[in-house]
Design a protein around this ligand. Structure first.
Ligand code: SP5
Ligand code: ZN
Length: 362
């Protein structure tokens, strides 16, 4: 399996995030991707390759031009503001994000020109600081995802894009959830334009609110997510079971919220429901948003999955028989992150080989 990777992900490394008012070491760190890389480099099943430059077109296809412009300018804006060395913190959120009641009956908020107002306008939460290299790292992550998509279009049956900062919490017109650009959505839109119908299977512990929003009204892109119930977990306001898509996209979003302590068996049962819906979509390709924060020891999650179940999850996903683009999203328990990713991808590969053997003998 080819793995697309680029070392420039390290350019985004804010170091500190603020959770519930308390500054703490960032969970989303460069060592995450490096630990996965190390595990895959030690396994001859995986062959690394670098990304090619795809420009801003595929980013603008899924994101607001104003958001892209803000992120491109953010660091110089912060320096002019006098922010200097430290990370630029999203702190003041506009009413539309923080509380719609603030402008009830008054129309939407406008983008101000000051640094603190602008970052608040474009970020939907407060745990995603920006540093000097964040924009470059985010663009590189998009190129990793699109290059992996190119390999799929050229005939690979499964490709893995190893990138960060993760993007599935970013809707069309905002960033957040540790990420800047939604590279899973960018790759999905790119594949939908070139290959036809796409199914997105999001297995990150957190609901992929950004991806859901971007494709909510489309019938050609199915979004299916297994995640912690937003009733208790981040992103708190999206990911409910009764969100099913809108307009032409009605019926093309499927959310399967899961309880705390979710076991391997609970998870596999929900996965089968998800896969049944994906199988009914008649997709040309599958995009998997692979979060490994479902692991039992993850520091910011509450599921109880063990390493061996990831092999079975990968195997069942491969059972769909679809060309599959796997893109890395969350996962924060560093001692097992590499092994969990390798196990998942090995499951996907093992079953793909079985499938080929079956179709030859049939
Ligand atoms: C891609 C991804 O996994 N993004 C996750 C962003 C979550 N950020 C906020 C997490 C808050 C979790 N607080 C739980 C504390 C448990 N000690
Ligand atoms: Zn997550």
């Amino acid at each position: 399996m080819r793995v697309v990777y680029d070392p420039r992900h390290v350019l985004h490394d804010p170091g500190t995030e603020v959770q519930y008012g308390v500054p703490m070491p960032m969970y989303e760190v460069p060592a995450r991707v490096e630990s996965i890389r190390a595990a895959l480099l030690a396994d001859s099943e995986f062959a690394f390759t670098g990304p090619t430059d795809h420009g801003l077109g595929p980013v603008s296809a899924v994101h607001n031009e104003g958001l892209v412009r803000f992120l491109a300018e953010s660091w110089s804006l912060w320096r002019r503001h006098g922010g200097g060395g430290g990370a630029m913190p999203p702190q003041y959120l506009p009413d539309s994000v923080l509380h719609p009641a603030m402008r009830e009956g008054m129309g939407p908020a406008r983008e101000p020109s000051g640094a603190m107002g602008r970052i608040g306008y474009w970020c939907w939460e407060t745990m995603t600081p920006l540093v000097a290299g964040s924009y470059q790292a985010a663009l590189t992550a998009v190129d990793v995802a699109l290059t992996a998509a190119d390999l799929l279009l050229a005939g690979d049956s499964a490709v893995y894009g190893l990138a960060r900062p993760p993007g599935h919490h970013c809707p069309r017109s905002a960033f957040g959830g540790y990420g800047l650009f939604n590279y899973s959505a960018a790759a999905t839109a790119y594949l939908a334009e070139r290959a036809g119908r796409v199914a997105v299977l999001d297995v990150d512990y957190h609901h992929g609110n950004g991806t859901q929003q971007i494709f909510y009204q489309r019938a050609d892109v199915l979004y299916v997510s297994l995640h912690a119930d937003p009733d208790r977990a981040y992103p708190h306001f999206i990911g409910w079971a009764d969100e099913r898509g809108a307009g032409a996209g009605e019926g093309f979003t499927l959310n399967l919220p899961l309880p705390p302590g979710c076991t391997n068996d609970d998870y596999l049962a929900a996965l089968d429901t998800a896969l049944e819906r994906v199988a009914g979509h008649d997709a040309a390709v599958l995009v998997v948003s692979l979060g490994l924060d479902t692991y039992g020891q993850d520091p910011i999650a509450d599921f109880a999955l063990s390493t061996d179940v990831y092999h079975e999850v990968g195997r069942r996903v491969a059972g769909l028989g679809l060309p599959t683009l796997v893109l890395q999203e969350g996962g924060y328990f560093l001692p097992k992150l590499g092994e969990n990713a390798r196990t998942w991808l090995r499951g996907l590969l093992g079953s793909a080989l079985d499938l080929r053997a079956t179709s030859h003998s049939a």
